[in-house]
Design a protein around this ligand. Structure first.
Ligand SMILES: NC(=O)c1ccc[n+]([C@@H]2O[C@H](COP(=O)([O-])OP(=O)(O)OC[C@H]3O[C@@H](n4cnc5c(N)ncnc54)[C@H](O)[C@@H]3O)[C@@H](O)[C@H]2O)c1
Length: 351
């Protein structure tokens, strides 16, 4: 039998801690995996104590997932190279703005045959055009990378409430190993091959959620929000068809948890929707609200809207994606939020 695979969770925010709970439980009971799961923690001081020390003694991430015990075999490690260096499976779950630095730190220091799994929702508009977060990891570290995305609000997953998720992975054997690592009776996973489409769904739905929050902030009802979700989905599909050049883009992938299901849950309950609603009702900036409302958690929707805007602008495609474009302009260019409603009224879908 092969040696048990060592697993490292790279990240320990709200979602990182929730998945560490699942992975820790599974690794403790499945001989395919080493029972110790290392979790890289960006060190912080919490009332005079190190967060890693609190996690390793109280088995709780008191800042990012308070009220939930982590399995005792999850070991918080503040040094990224020490955490990731020996791992056979690396689960990346940091906010997307930090992935560049994370990869720079461990470049050349991870196993060459390690398998990566990215849970990170976002895209990068580099000078060469659009790059997926999995592409950045793959290119920097030279390892194979799959993705996991779905309708998975972290606190509900940590509560053990039933949900579904999607793994995008081109290699069947590796996909099954990842499914064994991540799945439990209340976290059911479907595997699909179109990993780029899965990843784009995960990134783009956060932009649509900002639109849903605007609609709530303006006092519009569920019919309007359903229109935002539908028009947002149409733009997500069009965006994937334009930018996923490595393989097919099938509508079936949008019907998996990573597609419509994640879009719906995020538009009703996620942090992007909540902050965007407050943006309208308080008049404060996105940055101020992120600090005030999220206690260190990061907002992905407005930042992703900016990345998407730059990529579309360079390709002269802004007019084909009015919802994405207007959301960016309202967040960052001072456009009045009422423009969002005219954007819905004049959307090319209605012409
Ligand atoms: N929270 C959810 O419900 C959820 C669900 C699915 C996917 N995701 C995705 O998972 C990813 C991680 O989100 P999260 O919710 O675990 O994080 P989070 O927003 O809750 O927490 C922020 C994390 O960033 C860390 N951090 C702060 N400064 C840093 C720095 N300079 N370098 C590196 N790390 C730093 C913090 O220590 C903390 O662990 C995101 O891409 C998110 O979209 C989140």
């Amino acid at each position: 039998m092969n040696a048990p695979k060592k697993v490292c969770v790279v990240g320990s925010g709200n979602w990182g801690s929730a998945v560490a709970k699942i992975i820790g439980d599974n690794a403790a009971h499945n001989p395919k995996f080493d029972s110790t799961v290392k979790m890289w923690v960006y060190e912080e001081n919490i009332n005079g104590r190190k967060l890693t020390e609190i996690i390793n003694t109280e088995h709780e991430n008191v800042k990012y997932l308070p009220g939930h015990k982590l399995p005792t075999n999850v070991l918080a490690v503040p040094d990224l190279v020490e955490a990731a260096g020996e791992a056979d499976v690396l689960v990346f779950v940091v906010p997307h703005q930090f992935i560049g630095n994370v990869c720079d730190t461990i470049e050349g220091k991870v196993k060459k045959d390690a398998l990566g799994l990215s849970l990170i929702k976002g895209v990068d508009a580099g000078s060469d055009g659009l790059r997926l977060i999995s592409d950045i990891i793959r290119e920097k570290l030279g390892i194979d990378v799959a993705v996991l995305m779905g309708a998975n609000i972290a606190n509900e997953v940590a509560d053990g409430k039933f949900c579904e998720s999607t793994i995008g992975c081109k290699n069947k054997e590796r996909a099954l190993l990842l499914k064994e690592l991540m799945e439990n009776p209340n976290f059911r996973i479907t595997v699909v091959e179109e990993s780029d489409v899965v990843e784009m769904c995960g990134a783009l739905k956060n932009v649509v959620a900002v639109g849903a929050g605007f609609c709530d902030g303006l006092g519009y009802g569920d019919n309007t929000k359903a229109a935002v979700i539908r028009l947002g989905l149409m733009e997500m599909v069009a965006f994937a068809c334009t930018f996923c050049t490595s393989g097919p883009v099938s509508s079936a992938t949008f019907l998996e948890s990573c597609g419509v299901a994640d879009l719906i849950t995020t538009c009703y309950g996620g942090r992007n929707q909540r902050v965007a609603k407050a943006f309208v009702t308080t008049g404060k900036s996105i940055e101020e609200l992120e600090k005030e409302m999220l206690n260190g958690q990061k907002l992905q929707g407005p930042a992703t809207a900016a990345e998407v805007y730059y990529v579309l602008q360079r390709k002269e495609l802004l007019n084909k994606f009015p919802l994405f474009t207007t959301i960016y302009q309202i967040c960052y260019q001072g456009h009045p939020v009422r423009e969002f409603i005219s954007c819905l009224q004049n959307h090319p879908e209605h012409k």
